[in-house]
Design a protein around this ligand. Structure first.
Ligand code: C5P
Length: 212
């Protein structure tokens, strides 16, 4: 049985006990990917942030809640000899430089000092933690191909799934997704504008059938 590590959902970076910085992600595409991985006989470790969708119950999936980028990366580094790493989580790029233990009082305007979070995909795909095959995701709204190819190389992925909104649908928390799978060797697969289930099946099938 092959082993997959997947990150899904969105992380949250709390500023004070009630306020946080986060990204759009329902986790629906991530859960669909896990279902596909199970179909293709993978044992799955899922590191997840916040989800707006139900998890799956299966002896072949382990869900671990990693609410922040730091926690997600710390946990990811515990897994070695992974066959396939899919980095689907919408990780917050920034966190507050200083967490306020007490709720910040409302006033006229507020400046926050932010600092960068670690890039989990990048940290995992260079060096000793690299799964045999890595897949990143990129949601782009402009210069979609140019940005996606840049990301594929800078994050050292074997594959990058480029998502982009359609005229009618921003994709977030939708039943549908829209995009293209780009391979490092120049190959690509048009995934189309299809349900997240079909989208996931096409990705996992394509990658599983490739000799890497
Ligand atoms: O740079 P951008 O956020 O568009 O990159 C998206 C890809 O990088 C996704 O695969 C996402 O899971 C991953 N990522 C990450 N850690 C971050 C930011 C993005 O793993 N801090």
């Amino acid at each position: 049985m092959k082993h997959a590590l997947i990150t899904i959902g969105c992380t949250r970076e709390y500023i004070d006990p009630v306020r946080y910085i986060s990204n759009e992600s329902s986790g629906r595409q991530g859960i669909a990917l896990i279902k596909s991985l199970l179909k293709f006989n993978y044992k799955v470790i899922c590191l997840h942030g916040y989800l707006q969708t139900k998890q799956i119950v299966s002896k072949n999936v382990k869900f671990i809640f990693t609410p922040t980028a730091d926690e997600m990366l710390r946990e990811a580094k515990k897994y070695k000899s992974i066959d396939l790493g899919i980095f689907n989580a919408a990780v917050s790029d920034y966190k507050a430089k200083k967490y306020n233990k007490l709720k910040i009082k409302k006033k006229n305007g507020l400046s926050l000092k932010l600092t960068n979070n670690p890039d989990i995909l990048r940290s995992m795909s260079f060096g000793k933690y690299k799964p045999k095959v890595t897949v990143g995701f990129a949601y782009e709204t402009n210069d979609v191909f140019k940005n996606a190819k840049k990301k594929l190389l800078s994050k050292n992925c074997d594959y990058l799934v480029l998502n982009f909104p359609t005229a009618e649908d921003k994709i977030f928390n939708s039943k549908y997704n829209n995009g293209i799978l780009i391979g490092r060797s120049g190959d690509f697969l048009n995934l189309g504008n299809v349900t997240k289930t079909i989208f996931a099946n096409k990705i996992v099938k394509y990658i599983s059938n490739r000799k890497n």
